[in-house]
Design a protein around this ligand. Structure first.
Ligand SMILES: Nc1ncnc2c1ncn2[C@@H]1O[C@H](COP(=O)(O)OP(=O)(O)OP(=O)(O)O)[C@@H](O)[C@H]1O
Ligand SMILES: [Mg+2]
Length: 296
């Protein structure tokens, strides 16, 4: 963990008392009355939520709390029953996912969506194209497309190098480990130079040998000026890298605040930590120790 010690937590992100819906000094996402039900089940019911710019925000909560559903709604992969939200001041309701990405808001998936039968490099290039949308002009003028393709490839290789996947560029994505696939997804999300990167459980299923480098990659996104919103069950990671924590339970935001104080709140302990205290937290702490032992 020593290489992370210079990492600075962002403070002074909110105005007034930290509580659900608290105003942020410089919000990048502002969410109002976003509701989504599946049959009789209310998966998401967020009255008001602001995500601070330039910081790392963790979205935590028990299984089924609505975290992934909220991600899906905010990125245009699903539509809410009601509600509105804006990204950098622009209304996003009804905007399709590829446009959302084009505007600078990208996400990764809890279950990685790397295309197994494509190579690592093809995944990178295709991801970028899907997100920018194919332009008619390019199909009419192949020389334009080729130039763009060369540029895409150069950019993809640069990112693959950074995520230590460059040696695997011609391997099928299917041959990657779970952790490498998570890295590929993160690398692919960066192909469009996003402003906001949303990661759904970046550490889930990742081999302990890769967790440290994943942490570093997330911290680097912030260092480079991006805003990060991530869903994570690993409380060690949350405490270590989050500047702000939002807690969801049963579709609602039940608490938010800086990591150290929010995790002491009774509502959070009741909704989440209490149930995990004996299991996940112990396991997580153990796992982080295991890394350093196994990592040599
Ligand atoms: N497509 C769907 N159809 C029906 N129910 C759904 C659908 N997607 C999610 N749900 C339900 O909505 C609730 C919220 O699910 P969601 O996946 O958003 O939770 P989560 O907080 O991401 O949980 P986890 O930590 O397990 O990933 C759950 O009860 C889930 O079963
Ligand atoms: Mg989820």
């Amino acid at each position: 963990m020593s290489s992370n010690s210079e990492h600075q937590k962002s403070t002074g992100l909110h105005i007034g008392t930290a509580a659900p819906g608290v105003q942020k000094v410089n919000p990048i996402l502002v969410i109002d009355h976003v509701k989504k039900s599946f049959g009789g089940l209310t998966a998401v019911d967020v009255q008001h939520l602001e995500i601070p710019s330039g910081a790392i925000t963790a979205l935590i909560g028990p299984n089924g709390a609505g975290k992934t559903t909220l991600f899906n709604l905010l990125t245009g992969f699903d539509t809410p029953d009601t509600g509105a939200w804006s990204f950098k001041g622009k209304e996003l309701a009804g905007v399709p996912s590829f446009k959302v990405a084009q505007m600078g808001q990208v996400r990764t998936f809890q279950l990685t969506k790397a295309l197994s039968l494509l190579t690592v490099l093809e995944n990178m290039k295709l991801g970028a194209k899907n997100q920018t949308g194919e332009k008619l002009l390019n199909s009419l003028f192949p020389f334009l497309w080729r130039k763009q393709d060369n540029e895409l490839e150069a950019k993809a290789m640069e990112l693959l190098k950074r995520f230590k996947l460059d040696a695997k560029k011609d391997d099928f994505a299917a041959s990657l480990s779970g952790g490498q696939r998570k890295l590929l997804e993160m690398a692919r999300a960066l192909m469009t130079d996003p402003v906001l990167v949303m990661l759904d459980e970046p550490m889930a299923g990742v081999n302990p040998a890769l967790t440290q480098s994943l942490l570093e990659h997330v911290l680097n996104l912030k260092k480079e000026g991006m805003t990060v919103l991530f869903v994570e069950h690993d409380m060690h990671m949350v405490r270590h890298i989050a500047d702000w924590v939002v807690v969801m339970a049963e579709g609602k935001v039940v608490a938010e605040g800086p990591p150290d104080s929010v995790m002491k709140e009774q509502a959070v302990i009741d909704a989440y930590l209490g149930a995990h205290q004996d299991t996940d937290l112990g396991v997580v702490t153990g796992r982080i120790k295991v890394i350093s032992e196994e990592g040599k």
